[in-house]
Design a protein around this ligand. Sequence first.
Ligand code: ADP
Ligand code: MG
Length: 463
Amino acid sequence: MSGSDEAIWSAILAHLRQHHVGICRRWFDEIEVINIAGGLMRLCVREPIRRRYLERECADAFSEAGQEVTGMLMRVTFVGDEDEPADAPQPAPDASQSLPKPRTSPTPAPRPLPNPAAEQLALNPDYTFENFVVGPENRLAVAAARAVADNPGESYNPLFLHARVGLGKTHLLQAICCQLLLQRPDAVIHFTSCEEFITQYMDSIAEGQMTGFRHRFRDIDLLIIDDIHFLAQRERSQEEFFHTFNHLYQARKQIVLSCDAPPDQIPALEERLVSRFKWGMVAEIEKPGYETRLAILQKKSSIRGVVMPDDVMSLIATRIDSNIRELEGTIVRIQMQASVEKRPIDLTLARRVLGETASLPRSRVAIGVIIETVAAHFDVRPSDLQSKRRHKSVSQPRQICMFLARKLTNHSLEEIGGYFGGRDHTTVMHAVRTTAARMEQDPDLAVQVKGLESSLVSNRPQA
Ligand code: ADP
Ligand code: MG
């Protein structure tokens, strides 16, 4: 690499930190430029999980930054150890995050065999045990997750983690993968969402490829299924999962599941699965208290390399008290605002950003107002939303109403069901989950629902 390559890379990094704050991490400082030639910038990133994160999430932003800085078309490629020129400097060991490599000096050991199953895991480099803040609300869940990563198939099988949305389930599941791969790089892990399990199952049946499906889900050391509550009301998938479970369990292979409810509160789940889910360890992650929220903010700011004054962090931890994803989103929004205004982060700036977005106290929005607002938005009659009609034109808006009612009022699931034609609490829970899942998949819908929410919150009567 030349000095000018390094200068260009520094400028690119500065550009990224200015214009793409959401993707930037403090460890970007450790990325080294190998060379820039012929419109191609080669960057060395030794740790595979980080490298795959960059390839997945950051390649376009890096190329764009390269073009901005040099005024030339630039493509970027992330290179690991194996592709490096022979005289490249040796990596600084980072025992906490990097996958172990049997490379020792002076004679390099043979390269580890690639682990195709590990290659396919789309792991987030942020989601390690190290980056997970332990507090009284999650202590048991973390201890169980660590035990499972250290002794898969032996300590708790299955491990069943449950929590409401945004409280760290996916993070802990991925931490188990990272930790196990550190200790056993050859471990065969299958990590998937429940929806993916269902889709793959349906596709395999349609294509007559059940052998391949069963191989993927059964000939492995660790099966992790995220958001298993999506098995609710899926009879055939439940049946297949039952056999998958038995097969792995009997072979003493580890199973880890996450869910938004305890096993016996998953609607319409076969009893034999409910009982199996309770065979090992069931651990809940509860809503974090103020101290834990503050510690999480400190951790997240440090991962992102953001300097957040203490008073700003206390303000955020006080104002946002439910979903951790929102806490992190707030850090990014404040960071962006500071970068747009080219000023340091302080309380005034944070107050302004929070003023626009903070979760406001629940229960101030009347459920009747939610029904009227949603009905007007979707051009249906309020009475239709409260009827038993099942047509999609009313059932979707009705589910959105239930979702908003759950979020913006203090009514219980039963009470909410009562407002919508006497539906029971499982229907409300299903509506809330379905709407959340659809919002994740459909950005348009997410914008509409968030818009409805902000207008409900801003028009609520003042206390
Ligand atoms: P879930 O899967 O339960 O909906 P996620 O695992 O996606 O939640 O977590 C949402 C965000 O909150 C992630 O960015 C995650 O890193 C963060 N998070 C949640 N709990 C913690 C914690 N105890 N320490 C650090 N980060 C946390
Ligand atoms: Mg999740």
